[in-house]
Ligand binder design. Structure first.
Ligand SMILES: [Zn+2]
Length: 85
């Protein structure tokens, strides 16, 4: 699993076993509690189903990913459709 520091953006690899044994990781740079970071893939389609843009977002859960994806979508014109892969 990839974990990310919400303060400085540092990322580390920290496994399920590490988590079970040592608990949540703290940032090696600034000692903040880190958050798990997963990669979510999205595609933006036009009204006639052509792919306009494919992108990944790093987020801690589905809701966070969805918010970030909608931020990305807002960079494009209206009438486009967002789909998570
Ligand atoms: Zn940090």
């Amino acid at each position: 699993m990839t974990w990310k520091c919400p303060e400085c953006g540092e990322t580390i690899e920290y496994s399920e076993e590490d988590l079970a044994q040592k608990g949540n990781p703290v940032c090696p740079k600034c000692d903040s509690d880190m958050e798990v970071s997963k990669t979510f893939s999205f595609i933006i389609f036009s009204g006639d189903d052509r792919i306009v843009h494919e992108f990944d977002v790093e987020a801690k859960d589905e809701e966070d990913a969805d918010n970030k994806a909608h931020d990305e979508l807002s960079e494009f014109s209206d009438g486009l459709r967002l789909e998570q892969q």
